[in-house]
Design a binder for this molecule. Structure first.
Ligand SMILES: *Cc1c(COP(=O)(O)O)cnc(C)c1O
Length: 431
């Protein structure tokens, strides 16, 4: 496979852009590779600048649930652009989008639009502190909520009140105010609340984490978090930036029957344009400026292009619920075929799937939290990634990600993917 043009572009990029990329996971560093530069996408496929074609399981990390360059969305974009790109003044489409999302997710009584998932979670955290007048937040190790300071904290050992910064540039008080525990570890959550409960503003959680690979909540975990928050007067925030409108027309919270106080959205609601949102109970949302005292703003927030395209996509998803059934069927098809191989060759590999989100972990043990994910054999993952890449399958270039399927992926492409995976397993495990 020739990658000359990508390599040249990467050299140029490295001179002017830190690491050559505008977001770290694109660098392919975690698989010891260099990035491919993309020229165009069509349906389930992308073509790089060297004219290599890949079946794409990155799908822009989630937003492209219909695949690349969907014709209906492209046509809509042209119409939207003719009216103007941005006004910084209210537009009708913002009201329509707010009504549509609130109708789909009743827990969102009011909503504020932003430009990214990071802004959504950052604003929701500030709001939770403003509403409760408390300082601590509790998050889970391995859950990613964007790159706001207070959320870039994780914990090496799970030691109480001893969160470890994931980045330079964070002040000690920010790190100390973020409490961290392992996902699915309810006992730990209870211990932390026993000690700090009346000073905890919120629990923020990906109800189905997708950012340490796909991990599923244990039976009752989300409901217990709800009850603990009720007991101590803390807010429960579900970060559904990936899962919102991916797992179905709505959220994981709705599927689990657990109603959080605040919900953050992103990715799919922008349909590939930059958009995020946070919303929830009216009484809490009305703490936001200009009604309340929690400041939050954005020059391009509610941008009419992003709102218009997102509105179109959400309506397509609403009117075609079969899309979700088919997406899940495709993921089950992949899961079943991969599990058969794992059994047949006794491979130390574990598949986790929730609806259409699926991950392959290179460990033979169950994966229920980050310390389980940490047992993965990254050397094997890298080799596996390299083998399938050579044969035209683009998986997310990290062990810690979900594969993203789209409505455009065909059964033939899944069969091809399965065949290539089997060959790759043979190389990795030398069978
Ligand atoms: C992607 C993601 C974010 C951050 O969104 P950006 O648009 O990249 O800022 C936040 N939370 C979750 C769960 C995400 O997957």
């Amino acid at each position: 496979m020739k990658l000359d043009k990508s390599k040249d572009l990467f050299k140029r990029a490295e001179r002017k852009i830190p690491g050559g990329v505008n977001s770290p996971v694109r660098s392919f560093q975690s698989i010891d590779g260099t990035p491919i530069f993309i020229k165009r996408g069509m349906g389930s496929r992308i073509i790089d600048v060297d004219d290599n074609e890949f079946i794409d399981f990155v799908c822009s990390w989630g937003p492209l649930i219909l695949g690349h360059n969907n014709q209906i969305l492209l046509d809509e974009l042209k119409v939207l652009g003719e009216n103007g790109l941005s006004f910084g003044l209210p537009t009708e489409i913002e009201v329509e989008m707010a009504e549509l999302i609130s109708e789909a997710i009743p827990a969102i009584e009011m909503i504020r639009m932003v430009n990214s998932g990071t802004e959504a979670t950052m604003s929701a955290i500030r709001l939770s502190r403003g509403y409760t007048n408390r300082k601590y937040i509790l998050k889970f190790d391995g859950c990613y909520h964007g790159h706001a300071d207070s959320l870039l904290v994780s914990s090496g050992s799970g030691t109480l009140n001893n969160g470890v910064a994931t980045s330079l540039g964070l002040t000690e008080d920010i790190v100390a105010n973020t409490l961290v525990c392992q996902y699915n570890d309810l006992n730990r959550v209870k211990e932390i609340f026993q000690q700090f409960g009346m000073e905890i503003a919120c629990i923020i959680v990906e109800p189905v984490p997708g950012n340490m690979g796909v991990v599923k909540p244990k039976e009752g975990f989300l409901l217990e978090l709800r009850e603990i928050c009720n007991q101590y007067g803390a807010l429960l925030i579900f970060d559904e930036v990936i899962t919102g409108f991916r797992v179905g027309y709505g959220t994981v919270g709705q599927q689990a029957g657990v109603t959080p106080d605040l919900i953050t959205l992103g990715k799919i609601i922008g349909a590939g344009l930059p958009a995020g949102a946070f919303g929830g109970r009216q009484e809490i949302m009305e703490m936001i400026s200009p009604v309340g005292g929690v400041y939050q703003a954005g020059t391009l927030s509610g941008n009419p292009m992003a709102m218009g395209l997102g509105f179109k996509l959400l309506n397509i998803l609403k009117d075609n619920p079969d899309i979700y059934k088919e997406l899940e069927a495709k993921a089950i098809y992949l899961e079943t075929a991969l599990n058969l191989m794992i059994e047949k060759y006794s491979l130390p590999v574990t598949i986790n799937r929730y609806q259409s989100m699926i991950s392959i972990f290179f460990t033979g043990e169950a994966v229920e939290c980050l310390s389980d994910v940490a047992k993965c054999n990254l050397k094997n993952f890298k080799m596996f990634h390299r083998e399938v890449f050579k044969k035209g399958i683009l998986l997310p270039p990290s062990q810690y990600e979900s594969w993203f399927l789209s409505a455009a992926h065909t059964n033939e492409e899944l069969d091809q993917t399965i065949k290539v995976c089997e060959e790759a397993f043979k190389v990795v495990f030398d069978q």
